[in-house]
Design a protein around this ligand. Sequence first.
Ligand code: UDP
Ligand code: MG
Length: 327
Amino acid sequence: MLSMPAPAARGVPKLSIVIPVYNEEGVLPTLFARIYPALDALGVSYEVVFVNDGSKDRSVALLRQQFSARPDHTRVVLFHANFGQHSAVMAGLSYARGDYVVTLDADLQNPPEEISKLVDMLDQGYDYVGTIRQHRQDSWWRRWFSKMLNRLRERITPVHMTDQGCMMRGYARSVVTALNQTREVNTFIPALASLYAMRPIEVPISHEERFAGQSKYSLYSLIRLNFDLITGFSVVPLQLFSMVGMAVATLSALLVVYLFVRRVLVGPEAEGLFTLFGVVFFLIGIALFGIGLLGEYVGRIYAQVRERPRYIVEAVLEADSVRDNPR
Ligand code: UDP
Ligand code: MG
């Protein structure tokens, strides 16, 4: 750690950038080369908080190197294992000291040059700046999947935003404080922040292809993430389920009455066995889905009551003056 930081580092910066990093050795050099000039051009005091989410490649070495190159503007939080993107961002938010905090992905899908748009909005007094990706550069199934989930989320949760997927967002200090006070595990930060915001706004930003490396999200983890978004913000799925249960119970009661009447009028019948199978399998399917859905909520409660730390920090690289000026 360097003991003589540049004078610019003293005091609290106006802007903190939070970037989660997980196995990003392919993009980090280009990210550094683009983000620092973009931030220098803004003409405000800033810090970049990188959170290494247990990378197994050379990301940590590259982050250390960047810290020595720009100790006055760089802080690096090193996790002790992989805790997931949202935990990394939460850690970044709690280490960030700026009046404004902008989160973005390391892979350059969110161009660092767009940060200025978010800062402009925060300067105008908005406390939450959402983003809408223009010409999103992702595979067709990701775009389709997002569109469907956006619609679902819009209908059944109190969270309203045009584009839920993009992590590049700007938060004012008041929203960051509220986020830092939230003890919820498995959350979805942009959605949570939008609930805390008093003056939200959205801006269009450009979107690029992942610069190098691969997406860390498989279809499976995307589904998990979206369960967090839906079950974390709404109990409508459970309520819907009891509605379906009620409808099915009513229909089967009617069926029993009908069969009873036929038994009396027509006499014994043994046909329709496969129809019966069909009905039974359908009901079993619904019951299994219901159990799974209950499990989602129980799982969330379980994760919450265990109260394990959301992440474990192994080390923090920062200039000494930062520690002399805790926020
Ligand atoms: N990331 C992370 N931990 C993880 C997975 C991802 O910190 O377990 C970071 C990753 O390094 C990147 C960001 O989260 O900065 C978004 O990941 P990615 O680009 O793979 O997601 P996508 O853009 O495909 O949704
Ligand atoms: Mg990406």
